[in-house]
Design a protein around this ligand. Structure first.
Ligand code: MLT
Length: 200
């Protein structure tokens, strides 16, 4: 997969950066710089092309995911992280996802489908990636959720459902709500930074 790797402090987790629809592997570098400036970074570009916009998995229409492709791409991304850990010699067991929108959705999908695929996650404006499956045990996998009370793409109840699903799988979840919409706000980035510093 197209990506950027930046070597940082080996004692900290490696941040896996996952952009939103239409973004690329450069998009979230400034965000990583704000949240964990010393951490190594693996920033990936989604392999799916939707009318010229990069995504991490296909959708049938806005908010309706192509489940078969979601599962395929989730495994593909996991494989890519495994290989990158070998190539760049970072600790595969210490990877924290930092995703926005479509990128947060594939990070959530990794947590829903593959045990021990991530050490933790910062999910900005994520949806429920899939329904009707049992999640693996997420004990020791903390998650930060940033959400907007007026997000036109993600009703509050959907975010709450995501939080409940993760909690039921024993993840310790921190929620932070802004009064905004789908856009990423400075206040949630600041909260995510505090959460990261507390946990790592
Ligand atoms: C998705 O398709 O993952 C969500 O609708 C968010 C987005 O627009 O990327």
């Amino acid at each position: 997969m197209k990506h950027i790797f930046k070597q940082g402090n080996n004692e900290l987790p490696t941040l896996l950066l996952l952009h939103g629809t239409g973004g690329d592997e450069r998009d979230l570098l400034p965000l990583a710089e704000m949240i964990a400036p010393e951490a190594s970074v693996l920033s990936v570009k989604g392999n799916v092309d939707e009318n010229g916009m990069a995504r991490f998995f296909a959708r049938l229409r806005e908010g309706v995911f192509d489940e078969e492709d979601l599962v395929f791409r989730t495994n593909e991304l996991k494989q890519f992280i495994d290989e990158s850990a070998n190539d760049y010699e970072f600790d595969r067991g210490n990877v924290v996802a930092l995703g926005y929108s479509n990128g947060a959705n594939i990070a959530a999908s990794m947590m829903y489908h593959i045990k021990e695929s991530l050490k933790a996650g910062i999910l900005f404006h994520a949806m429920v990636p899939r329904r009707g499956i049992e999640l693996p045990d997420l004990s020791g996998v903390p998650v930060f959720i940033g959400a907007g009370k007026r997000d036109p793409l993600i009703p509050m109840n959907e975010t709450k459902e995501l939080v409940e699903n993760l909690k039921k799988a024993h993840s310790s979840v921190t929620e932070f709500w802004t009064d905004g919409g789908h856009e990423l706000r400075r206040e949630e980035v600041d909260e995510a930074k505090k959460w990261f510093e507390k946990n790592f």
